[in-house]
Design a protein around this ligand. Structure first.
Ligand code: PLP
Length: 233
């Protein structure tokens, strides 16, 4: 077994035990975050059974996709979105997790080809109220969700968040809990949602315990990334 294969197996085993220990009823999907990793690593993970992949940088993603056209991969865009990237994102991805303003949602809607299924959308929520972070503030979430739900080429599926990293497990749990409360509040208001995209390599067990349905895992599958001068969130 390759190491990517064995890391994936280990993650699935861990997910099953966290679900069992906490009586989690929700399904949990692994989104393999392949940013900064070559197409060969994606192919290896695909052969090991992984079908959903997440990318943060458009240009890098398009180059990899071009080398993997023979595989029916489901691509998810999870990085910050600039207006001039919406056209390509709407053509080359099935999901976008990082929508945090109406203008971007409208541009994705307008650019989504009508012969493709609607683009599956998560709204990114800024739970730690950090000025520098992307994500809509919880107070503005309901209005944004309402507007997005009227865009015909988008299908609102749920919420995504990247809580501020903290060594304090309780603080981490509390942040995930806040995202889940936002998610449940929208469902209570009638939104038909099924996706809570929270949890990464270092904290996915806590995220699952708090209701995650998609965990976005990079380093724990592919190994550590080289440090880059650009911000990796
Ligand atoms: C890089 C990244 C991940 C994966 O992080 P790991 O710590 O490598 O698991 C998940 N979500 C987003 C938005 C990312 O940018």
């Amino acid at each position: 077994m390759t190491s990517i294969n064995s890391q994936l197996q280990a993650i699935h085993t861990r997910i099953q035990s966290v679900r069992a220990d906490n009586g989690c009823p929700q399904p949990v999907y692994v989104l393999a975050v392949s940013k900064s990793k070559p197409a060969a690593a994606v192919r290896e993970a695909y052969i090991a059974g992984q079908t959903m992949f997440g990318e943060n940088y458009l240009q890098e993603a398009l180059e990899k996709q071009a080398q993997l056209t023979d595989l029916p991969i489901e691509w998810h865009f999870i990085g910050p979105i600039q207006s001039n990237k919406t056209q390509a994102i709407a053509h080359h991805f099935s999901w976008v997790h990082s929508v945090d303003r109406l203008k971007i949602a409208q541009r994705l809607n307008d650019a989504r080809p009508i012969d493709l299924p609607p683009l599956q959308i998560c709204i990114q929520v800024n739970i730690s109220h950090e000025e520098s972070k992307s994500g809509v503030q919880p107070e503005a979430l309901f209005a944004l969700a309402s507007e997005i739900s009227h865009l015909p080429q988008l299908r609102l599926r749920g919420l995504m968040a990247i809580p501020a990293p903290t060594p304090d497990i309780e603080a981490q749990r509390e942040q995930f809990k806040q995202v889940r409360r936002c998610y449940e509040a929208l469902i209570a208001k009638g939104f038909d949602l099924d996706t809570l995209s929270i949890g990464m390599s270092d904290d996915y067990p806590i995220a699952i315990e708090q209701g995650a349905t998609i965990v976005r895992i990079g380093a724990a599958i592919f190994g550590a990334r080289q440090l880059q001068s650009t911000c990796l969130n």
